[in-house]
Design a protein around this ligand. Structure first.
Ligand code: CA
Length: 225
């Protein structure tokens, strides 16, 4: 489980990090809204802790942009203000839960556990589209016009990640972490194998969408023509 903490108060950020790491989570910390959003968009996190008052980009705006990108990662908003308006704005922006500072560590950990459990069923839509492709999430089936093909679990997870991060470059490391996890001894080679499986299926569908190799950076989805 990997958690992103976006909090500009350095002391609170490191307290949160310690607390979560003690509970066995892998934690990354960002100190402003812009880098927080950038990291959140990578799609590698299971839960995001997001402060409201942040430099560069406030938490509400960051969250709205994250949701607009199609991300369904559970977000726990943290705020110093207990204002009802704030709470409503947060939930309207797409927050899954709200915690007012100061909060009890136990309460925070309980929230994180609850949100992490929700993740697998948390789907904003059962259909994901990009270019001429339609990915049916319930059926593990990829459509292009009249043609369709079934995907294996791993192929599906990989393509879904690409479609949620459209035209963003995903590194091999990101793909490995997200698709095989931290405990796994999978290597770069596994990523390459599944990329080639997916490319064959895209070819079979005669889709205009390609998985492009970006030298020394990773892969990204692109549509030609
Ligand atoms: Ca703050």
């Amino acid at each position: 489980m990997r958690i992103l903490v976006v909090e500009d108060e350095a002391r609170l950020a490191s307290t949160l990090q310690d607390l979560l790491e003690l509970d066995g989570y892998l934690v990354d910390v960002c100190h402003d809204g812009e880098s927080g959003l950038d990291n959140a968009l990578s799609g590698i996190y299971d839960v995001i802790l997001l402060d409201v008052m942040l430099p560069k980009l406030d938490g509400f705006s960051a969250l709205r942009r994250l949701r607009q990108s199609g991300s369904t990662t559970p977000v726990l908003m943290l705020t110093a203000r207990s204002d009802v308006t704030d709470r409503v704005t947060g939930l309207d922006s797409g927050a899954d839960y709200y915690l007012t500072k100061p909060f009890e560590p136990r309460e925070l950990l309980a929230c994180v556990r609850a949100l992490a459990r929700r993740q697998p069923t948390l789907r904003s839509t059962d259909l994901l589209e990009y270019g001429d492709l339609r990915l049916e999430r319930n059926a593990f089936t990829l459509f292009c016009g009249e043609r369709s093909v079934r995907l294996s679990r791993k192929e599906f997870d990989m393509l879904e990640l690409f479609m949620l991060n459209r035209e963003r470059v995903l590194s091999k490391e990101t793909l490995l972490l997200k698709l095989w996890g931290y405990e796994s001894d999978a290597e770069d080679n596994n990523v390459e194998v599944y990329i080639s499986f997916l490319r064959k299926k895209l070819e079979h569908l005669r889709s205009r969408v390609k998985i492009k190799t970006i030298r020394l950076a990773g892969y990204c989805l692109q549509q030609n023509g």
